[in-house]
Design a protein. Structure first.
Length: 169
């Protein structure tokens, strides 16, 4: 196998682990959002997209006679667990979670942009098309979060002035 394909496989495994990480974080966040129904609904929608993305990436890896990396997956899950646990302790969890989500979506956008270029260079139209289908979902989630950060912040501040527990989640 040539080195470019090896990189493509490695980056696909990274993307798969990244999506597993995202699933863990998003599920933890959604489970705690009691007072932000619009944010919770959008996160739950993105959980479904994320699970679909994982399946699509698995198909890409199988097409390259590979599969997800158990080590990368385990590392991502451990990091996600720690992040989810830590997020639950923050008094301003909803704001920090929305900010972190926006940052994470932009990392995913960069990853899929890289994968598209690598797949094109390797002549793997199947992988390129899959990543091109995933990329708009990540862009849309990032846009949604950016557009809603002011509302989440304002709602948090108003609730925090009255009831700290309701503001947090």
């Amino acid at each position: 196998m040539n080195e470019s394909i090896d990189h493509l496989i490695d980056w696909l495994q990274d993307a798969y682990a990244m999506e597993k990480h995202a699933e863990t974080i998003l599920k933890a966040q959604a489970s705690r959002l009691n007072h932000y129904p619009e944010l919770k609904a959008r996160i739950e929608q993105h959980i479904d997209e994320t699970i679909g993305q994982q399946k699509a990436l698995e198909t890409c890896l199988e097409g390259l006679d590979s599969g997800p990396s158990a080590m990368k997956d385990l590392t991502a899950r451990m990091g996600a667990f720690a992040q989810a646990l830590g997020g639950g302790l923050a008094s301003d969890e909803v704001v920090k979670g929305a900010m972190a989500g926006f940052v994470f979506e932009n990392i995913e956008i960069a990853a899929y942009t890289t994968l598209i270029a690598a797949a094109r260079e390797c002549g793997r139209d199947d992988v390129r098309q899959t990543c091109e289908a995933i990329l708009p979902q990540e862009i849309e989630m990032a846009r949604w979060l950016l557009a809603h950060l002011p509302q989440v912040t304002e709602t948090y501040l108003a609730r925090d002035a009255v009831d700290d527990d309701a503001a947090k989640r």
